[in-house]
Design a binder for this molecule. Structure first.
Ligand code: UFG
Length: 343
């Protein structure tokens, strides 16, 4: 049976996508080097899906090893998640980011050409819209200037894949521009497990809620928004995962081309609104303190969702309360992330 290759399948979005693929009846194989994830994720996925997932501990830049995966499996399409993703870290070690993220994509694409596989879904980001003030961001919005090397790798890969689709008309490429993925699977078995000090709002709110962090630092309350804090389009990771299934179904109807879709809810929430929703989910006030603005943050970012609704039939159904409740369940069940024993 033909399979989907999921690179970075043990990561936050990758693992939830594996569950969505399983639910939709797709067979898949995971490649991950566990550089920013844990092999324990595979045990958890086995438990959720009640299957023995085929997985390979391989870095996607290692072409010879990755070729084996293509030889051993009848791959029909690739969903490429593997990549470094910490915005702050990318500023400190840009060369590593460019080397890893571009190299892994190019290696995957070369092997796809070699094995005549012509369906690719790429994990892009709303960061490619840059610091434009023109919200909502629609797929037609001009690409902006990224504020960090991580963002530029997404931007560059979009360009590479656009050129690829132009050069080889049989290639089908979907670029999915994610807004802010949060939440966790209902089982409490898989979720976001940032290594080191987290950058993103939700992992930090969860840490401030369970006492591992004294208080949440709110980066700026003097923006030109109703409550002064930045507004983002948070999307439940299970909705986002289902967006990948929609994209695969969509590709099955295409005979070549490059397609781009936002994956967001179309609604923005401020940092204070998130704190309020999270406080409700965890049953107590999340301690917080207002700090100066964080460099590079834009005041407002949310998705235009018409195109993904119209063409993919994609709707993000899970609301902010569910995002907070599911994050909290994951966090309380696994205070040390995947270092905790399976439940
Ligand atoms: N924030 C805080 N305190 C924190 C962490 C974040 O106040 O401890 C604020 C930020 O200043 C921002 C908002 O919460 O206003 C959201 O910040 P995140 O870091 O969670 O998310 P970003 O919107 O900055 O970035 C996310 C992803 C990037 C991606 C980008 C695309 O992390 O990978 O969205 O728009 F590129």
């Amino acid at each position: 049976m033909s399979r989907i290759l999921v690179t970075g399948g043990a990561g936050f979005i990758g693992s939830h996508t594996c569950v969505a693929l399983d639910e939709a009846g797709y067979e898949y194989v995971v490649v991950d080097d566990y550089s920013n994830s844990k092999p324990e994720v595979i045990n958890r996925l086995n438990k959720i899906t009640n299957k023995d997932i085929i997985s390979y501990d391989i870095n996607c830049c290692d072409k010879d090893k990755l070729r084996k995966v293509f030889e051993e499996n009848d791959i029909d399409a690739v969903i490429h998640f593997a990549g470094f993703k910490a915005v702050g870290e990318s500023v400190s070690i840009p060369v590593d980011y460019y080397r890893n993220n571009l190299d892994s994509l190019l290696t995957v694409v070369e092997l796809m050409r070699e094995f005549k596989i012509n369906k690719l879904i790429f994990s892009s980001s709303a960061t490619v819209y840059g610091n434009s003030k023109d919200v909502p961001f629609t797929e037609e919005s001009p690409l902006g200037t990224c504020t960090n090397p991580y963002g530029w790798t997404k931007w560059m890969i979009e360009q590479i894949l656009t050129d690829l689709a132009k050069a080889y008309p049989e290639m089908n490429v979907v670029l999915l521009r994610y807004f802010n993925p949060v939440g966790a699977h209902k089982s409490g078995l898989i979720g976001e497990d940032p290594q080191g000090i987290p950058n993103n709002l939700f992992p930090n709110v969860a840490r401030a809620a369970d006492g591992r962090m004294k208080e949440l630092k709110v980066f700026g309350a003097d923006y030109d928004t109703p409550d002064g804090t930045c507004i983002r389009d948070y999307i439940h990771v299970c909705d986002l995962a289902e967006g990948h299934v929609k994209a695969l179904d969509y590709l099955a109807t295409k005979n070549g081309g490059r397609f781009v879709f936002n994956l967001g809810t179309g609604h923005g929430y401020s940092v204070f609104e998130v704190i309020k929703a999270f406080s409700k989910a965890c049953g107590h006030e999340v301690p917080n303190v207002v700090m100066p603005r964080r460099p590079g943050d834009i005041p407002v970012c949310y998705a235009g969702t018409e195109k993904s609704l119209r063409e993919l039939g994609f709707v993000a159904n899970r609301g902010i309360d569910e995002m907070c409740e599911d994050t909290w369940r994951w966090q309380t069940n696994n205070p040390n992330g995947y270092d905790d024993a399976i439940l």
